[in-house]
Design a protein around this ligand. Structure first.
Ligand code: GLU
Ligand code: MG
Length: 438
């Protein structure tokens, strides 16, 4: 069959969808310089396929400008067209950044952290997903046979990831039926977000070639367990030394890292409007489902809002380099750039104000504490619905200030339009509809 190779220029929109436009790959050199045209109102596409009211209406033009570093060219060698795409910044036609570009929001947050503190954040997004072709059986959790029965998916997915420049460091069958988890090493914030986007696309690309599908939706059914996207992070100084760890301090948390965590914890209810931004997110964020539903910092606790992760063996230096924190109340309905940008900004606010780290919980369940005890420790129940999360955002002037006004307005309008569509849906219907999208 006749074929002309094609390349897509894409960005990740407010609901985490990867959208863009293509061109014949023979024009790549030109397109790397000129980008491709885009329309402001495209930002108002909702997760559920509608277009929310747009202040831009039918007016205006933008450019999707590819970042050459993000090039993906993955040929599955099975006769199907190769995956060829770049991730882009959204620019005005004069080449200045568009104030509603999610990737630019993250770049600005990274720059603000570096300029004000000399610190760099490294992150990795730990993804869980469900593979429809898993041939799953009861009690598949961590089963060798679950990996065997899911056939070529795992190895092909890892190879596709590697070919896209992202070397996984672990892969495992998770707790839920057909659920798997993949981890990649930490990277600077922008590369980590680009990597998260590419990882999801490679999972979808692999599943599609095997005649199946994957879903990263936080919940596929109201019962059982969900899929999280845990955000691991650590702080580093300009010389490349880890600063998250200090053996002489409580729980090994360095002073600056403690300030950074304090900032995140104090704004966490509002941050959920970016990290767990959909109705289906709150079917996952329920008690005792190994997700974070309290604003606590938990030592090695998989139900903490932020987990202080373990380190494994090695010297003091090796331990300091491994030491990291895990923000658990996040999922794949979030735009990773927005999610990490607001986490960085909240951490930076904590650093700026020298906020003291709240005392971490150690083998304590906030649910089992009295309300007074929680209050004394500064632990609050995180929002338990998407409406509560957005109300917390509306009430948090600091978090609202993390976004340029037009981007905040567009985000609120877009998400509200999405929520209205599903207002009357049962939990089953919410799961079904979001599984189609994510
Ligand atoms: N599936 C859980 C979640 O929804 C996480 C399980 C784990 O700790 O790996 O976040
Ligand atoms: Mg997991």
């Amino acid at each position: 069959m006749l074929r002309e190779p094609m390349t897509m220029l894409c960005y990740t929109d407010l609901s985490g969808a990867v959208r863009g436009k293509g061109f014949p790959t023979r024009l790549l050199e030109k397109r790397l310089k000129s980008g491709i045209g885009w329309t402001p109102t495209n930002l108002m596409f909702t997760a559920l396929g509608t277009i929310a009211d747009s202040v831009w209406s039918s007016f205006g033009d933008l450019t999707l400008m590819p970042d050459p570093e993000t090039r993906v060219e993955v040929d599955f060698d099975d006769g199907t067209p190769a995956e060829r795409f770049f991730l882009c910044d959204v620019e005005n036609t004069d080449g200045t950044p568009w104030d509603c570009c999610p990737r630019t929001l993250l770049k600005d947050a990274v720059k603000a952290l570096r300029d004000e503190t000399g610190l760099e954040l490294r992150a990795t997004f730990e993804h869980e997903f469900v593979y429809a072709g898993a041939n799953s059986r009861t009690a598949d959790n961590y089963a060798l046979d679950a990996v065997r029965r899911h056939g070529a998916f795992g190895e092909t997915f890892l190879a596709a990831l590697a070919a896209a420049g992202h070397l996984a460091d672990s892969y495992l069958p998770e707790f839920a039926a057909g659920q798997f988890e993949v981890t990649v090493p930490p990277a600077p914030a922008l590369a980590a977000c680009d990597g998260a986007v590419v990882l999801r696309e490679m999972a979808r690309a692999t599943a599609w070639r095997l005649g199946s599908s994957v879903s990263f939706s936080p919940r596929l059914s109201p019962e059982g367990l969900g899929s999280g996207v845990h955000i691991h992070f650590s702080l580093w100084d300009e010389a490349g030394n880890p600063v998250s760890h200090d053996a002489s301090r409580a729980h090994g948390v360095g002073e600056k890292a403690g300030n950074f965590l304090a900032g995140i914890v104090s704004h966490m209810p509002a941050l959920l409007a970016f990290t767990a931004p959909s109705p289906v997110s709150y079917l996952r964020l329920v008690p005792h489902a190994w997700t974070g539903i309290w604003s606590n910092i938990g030592v090695r606790d998989r139900e903490a809002g932020i987990r202080i992760c373990p380190t494994f063996g090695g010297s003091e230096e090796a331990m300091a380099r491994q030491f990291n924190f895990e923000y658990r109340a996040a999922d794949a309905t979030a735009n990773p750039y927005l999610a990490l940008a607001v986490i960085i900004r909240a951490g930076l606010a904590g650093l700026r104000d020298g906020c003291a780290m709240p005392e971490p919980t150690v083998e304590e369940d906030p649910e089992a504490m009295s309300e007074e005890a929680r209050q004394a420790r500064g632990i609050v129940r995180l929002p338990s619905s998407v409406d509560q999360a957005f109300a917390a955002l509306e009430a948090d002037e600091t978090v609202k200030s993390f976004l340029p006004k037009p981007l905040l307005a567009a985000y609120l309008a877009n998400k509200r339009a999405e929520f209205e569509i599903g207002r009357t849906w049962t939990p089953e219907e919410i799961c079904r509809r979001y599984a189609e999208v994510y």
